[in-house]
Design a binder for this molecule. Structure first.
Ligand SMILES: [Zn+2]
Length: 156
């Protein structure tokens, strides 16, 4: 559900995204992710807890693209996309999918071309410690919790 009137859906060739149409200050809530919660991930789900995935298929929420150096982040207390910095008019809303997805149902090759690109996006579980450290500020608490649990159990 879009929380700001200053957003617009734009795109072509089956590739759509959400864009700003005005200046938006850092910290502004922009999209609240809503949908049925399911136990397994799929192409249009957002992970919100261990074994909890919101199905956002068919909603504008599903149009927010991944970026390795994104314009937005997720507030996991409210399951809301917020501006990670001051946004200009006509900027695409993006977040780093690796901050909330343990393992993707549909891994993909990132084409963001940023210097810090994570490359093949498979899920948080596949990141190195240094890659995890780079996104620690915006990573979902449940991914950190899961990582700690697995370390304790000595599985990896
Ligand atoms: Zn990238």
């Amino acid at each position: 559900m879009l929380l700001s009137v200053n957003l617009v859906i734009e795109g072509s060739d089956g590739s759509f995204g959400l864009w700003t149409r005005a200046i938006i200050p850092r910290g502004t809530p922009l999209v609240r992710f809503e949908g049925v919660t399911e136990a397994t991930p799929h192409r249009h789900s957002l992970q919100i807890g261990i074994d909890r995935h919101i199905n956002v298929e068919g909603q504008p929420d599903a149009l927010i693209n991944h970026a390795c150096e994104p314009s937005c982040r997720i507030d996991f207390d409210t399951v809301t996309l917020v501006a990670a910095r001051d946004l200009m008019a006509h900027e695409e809303l993006t977040f780093n999918y690796l901050t909330c997805e343990w393992e993707f149902a549909n891994p993909f090759r990132c084409m963001c071309a940023s210097s810090g690109c994570f490359g093949f996006i498979r899920g948080y579980r596949y990141l190195t410690d240094s890659e995890r450290a780079r996104i620690a500020d915006t990573t979902a608490p449940f991914l950190k919790q899961l990582t700690a649990q697995i370390r304790e159990e000595g599985i990896r």
